[in-house]
Design a binder for this molecule. Structure first.
Ligand code: ADP
Length: 404
């Protein structure tokens, strides 16, 4: 079964096309600057051949049409006809409380996504546009939604409720939702698989450290707490997002400093984190090289990033009353031995011992703890697209078996 995975953001559509029989990536790419006259297609075939083309992309529907044309392109495509696309898997950011797992997209699912727009005003509208465009361009091809929030719907109320009046939850659904669920689920399952231990027996912490970062406590295969909240702003320090701050700061910035609400929102989401603290860059690579050159602001930003992460690991070990496995993943988690060392070398209290050489080895998927470490520390590359394609293939296979 060939599955097209679509990730529709506000101004870009990323895609991967996979043959799920052997889980082979056939091609991948993205269309950027959606909504503009000067859009850009970047495409890569399974052999590594690359195509870049500037072209107008006035809507998400146009972006998806460009992707489909590229999939059947004689030189760069992967198939001869669109009939060889057997299913589409959509990454959907916010499924709210309604979607505890991936599912076939029906009218009822679209209506629920529409209802949830107030919860994810930046993300759900482009997701919906992508779903509608794919339905129109690939009539009869089943579409599935895989939700970033779904894995976290197992959190207990004591973890997902904020200490504000309960009516805010009942009336306005204000609560912790959590994001990056597809990634946390994928790497935690993979950790159990590598260790050859039952997923349901393990207490795992997964640290997804990319431009956006979040950390999740997974007890017996279920997410029991996660650091992102009602929005992806809460929790860890990120590239440009502040993570946890005193919520009264926003009041102070508006009332005493005369900032507009939009300016405050921009400051916390786009001008903070590594970028704001260092005054240099949102990118951990830049922070690390500036630090090596003796830049004090970069060093401080690095330290705050790692300190917050360490604090959360301690908190989640306490929340689960134990810890068997700690997993690092995503851009920083997978590629920064310096961050992993700064965090783990000060977690002796949890019995964590990391082997310096293993931590620095170029192997992508690895165990970096010493044999006598009480917690197994691992680096596992995430693959959200593969996880989406797997869920999509599973749902379609089940549907066919049921005669749907
Ligand atoms: P996104 O959240 O956009 O999917 P990624 O998971 O791709 O992000 O992570 C991107 C981040 O990974 C970059 O901003 C950079 O900070 C970090 N990164 C990538 N490679 C390295 C590296 N070799 N060393 C340190 N950080 C890295």
């Amino acid at each position: 079964m060939n599955v097209l995975v679509l990730n529709c953001g506000s101004s870009s559509v990323k895609y991967q096309f996979l043959d799920m029989k052997n889980e082979v990536l056939l091609c991948k790419g993205q269309v950027e600057r959606v909504g503009m006259e000067d859009g850009m297609l970047s495409h890569q075939t399974h052999t590594g051949a690359k195509k870049r083309q500037a072209l107008p992309v006035k809507s998400h529907a146009v972006a998806i049409k460009i992707i489909l044309d590229t999939l059947v392109d004689e030189e760069y495509g992967a198939v001869r006809s669109l009939s060889e696309i057997h299913a589409v898997g959509h990454r959907v950011v916010h499924g709210a409380e309604e979607f505890a797992g991936s599912m076939l997209i029906t009218d009822a699912v679209k209506a629920a996504l529409e209802r949830n727009i107030p919860l994810a005003p930046l993300h759900n509208p482009p997701n919906l546009l992508g779903i509608r465009a794919a339905e129109e361009l690939l009539p009869g091809v089943p579409q599935c939604g895989v939700f970033d929030t779904a894995f976290h719907t197992t959190m207990p109320p004591h973890a997902f409720l904020y200490a504000i009046p309960y009516s805010m939850y009942k009336k306005h659904r204000i609560r912790r939702y959590g994001f990056h669920g597809t990634s946390h689920k994928y790497v935690s399952e993979r950790a159990a698989e590598i260790l050859g231990r039952p997923y349901g027996d393990l207490k795992i912490i997964t640290a997804h450290l990319g431009n956006g970062s979040s950390i999740t406590a997974i007890d017996g295969g279920k997410s029991v707490d996660t650091s992102m909240g009602y929005t992806p702003l809460e929790g860890l320090v990120m590239g440009t997002r502040c993570g946890d701050v005193d919520p009264a700061l926003t009041y102070h910035m508006v009332v005493d400093l005369g900032m507009t609400v939009k300016e405050v929102n921009d400051l916390l989401n786009k001008q903070s984190g590594l970028k704001g603290m260092s005054g240099l860059s949102h990118d951990m690579r830049d922070i690390e090289s500036a630090m090596a050159e003796g830049n004090e602001d970069a060093r401080r930003a690095f330290e705050i990033f790692c300190y917050r992460l360490r604090k959360y690991i301690g908190a989640y070990a306490a929340a689960m009353d134990g810890l068997d496995v700690l997993v690092f993943t995503a851009g920083i988690g997978e590629n920064s031995p310096a961050v992993r060392w700064a965090v783990c070398s000060k977690l002796g209290v949890l019995g964590i011992k990391v082997d310096k050489e293993k931590n620095e080895s170029p192997v992508k998927e690895k165990i970096i703890s010493t044999p006598d470490s009480r917690v197994v520390v691992m680096v596992i590359p995430t693959n959200e697209e593969l996880a989406i394609a797997r869920d999509t293939a599973r749902i379609i296979t089940e549907m066919r078996k049921a005669g749907g």
